[in-house]
Design a protein around this ligand. Structure first.
Ligand code: CP
Ligand code: NVA
Length: 305
């Protein structure tokens, strides 16, 4: 395996499958109360430039479950906030901890940190990608459908970081991704190109109904990602017609699973009726962050970098 998990593309199809299998085993062990201290004595730095509920908690609890220790660092309150370089910070932290996760505005901050760190580094969300989220979602889809290969997943709304990782995961999983975004909010062309050139199935429409038709799952996310607060008003206008409501849900397969990485902005990208419906998989998705990330931590931090 590569030292770092910065992009969903860092995993081969075999590694992807192996992580999901391990995640399912760790989930069963946790439910059964079977101790699994696979990272006993290991420490993880968790560096955040942005807010988080799920990512922060699931990594922290995950390290505890694995017998290790996690250290939360608000980037602004470290010397990074006063101008110490990312490279120097990476060099120093590598002397204290066995791994690091990073949530940043710019993706390049994480790649820079990883370049100078001798320890494994995990992307906990950047402006480009959210690969840990997609591993948890893949576990959720596997639990519901058994096999990812051949599933049609519709992404509705903003072609954002989560969407980019989902698109590129079509390469390892065989999932077909149908994106429905307003014009101007399409996913990163590089992600679409990567998927298409490597055997992934991706179609981008500017019509939500075409995207969701016959889909096994419909995925949406906030229209206003962290850092976009100043363009909120214009974005809200541009996304009219892209809300995941019951009428749109009914265009998908009758047992289609509703996905949302959370936090949800109820009444904007999704209605209460849909997120609280029997078809909603969002709480399983949130739970599976824990199990999937524990598997990622074990695979990366057991390597002895
Ligand atoms: N889905 C997700 O990453 O949630 P948080 O922002 O709460 O970590
Ligand atoms: N696209 C959202 C995801 C939050 C988990 C954001 O970047 O804010």
């Amino acid at each position: 395996m590569k030292k770092d998990f910065l992009s969903i593309t860092d995993l081969s199809a075999e590694e992807y499958e192996d992580i999901l299998t391990l995640a399912a085993r760790l989930k069963r062990q946790r439910y059964a109360g079977v101790p699994h201290p696979l990272l006993a004595g290991k420490t993880l730095a968790m560096i955040f430039e942005k807010a988080s509920t799920r990512t922060r908690m699931s990594f922290d609890v995950g390290m505890y479950d694995l017998g290790g220790y996690a250290l939360y660092l608000n980037a602004k309150e470290t010397q990074l906030g006063r101008g110490e370089t990312v490279a120097d910070t990476a060099r120093v932290m590598s002397r204290y901890v066995h791994g690091a996760i990073m949530r940043t505005y710019k993706h390049e901050t994480i790649t820079e940190f990883a370049k100078y760190a001798s320890i494994p580094v995990i992307n906990a969300l950047s402006d480009k990608e959210h690969p840990c989220q997609i591993m948890a979602d893949s576990l959720t889809l596997k639990e519901k459908f058994g096999d990812l290969d051949g599933l049609k997943i519709a992404w509705i709304g903003d072609g954002n970081n989560v969407c980019n990782s989902l698109i590129m995961a079509s390469v390892q999983t065989g999932m077909e991704i149908a994106v429905g975004t307003p014009k101007g909010y399409e996913p990163d062309p590089a992600a679409v190109k990567f998927a298409k050139e490597n055997g992934g199935k991706v179609t981008v429409y500017d019509d939500p109904v075409r995207a969701v038709t016959d889909a096994h799952a419909i995925y949406t996310d906030t229209w206003i990602s962290m850092g976009e607060e100043d363009i909120k008003e214009s974005k809200l206008k541009d996304f009219v017609g892209y809300q995941l409501d019951t009428a749109l849900l009914n265009k998908a397969a009758s047992d289609a699973l509703v996905l949302h990485c959370l936090p949800a902005h109820r009444g904007e990208e999704i209605t209460d009726e849909v997120i609280d419906s029997m078809q909603s998989g969002v709480w399983d998705q949130a739970e599976n962050r824990l199990h999937a990330q524990k598997a990622i931590l074990v695979r990366l931090m057991s390597l002895g970098h």
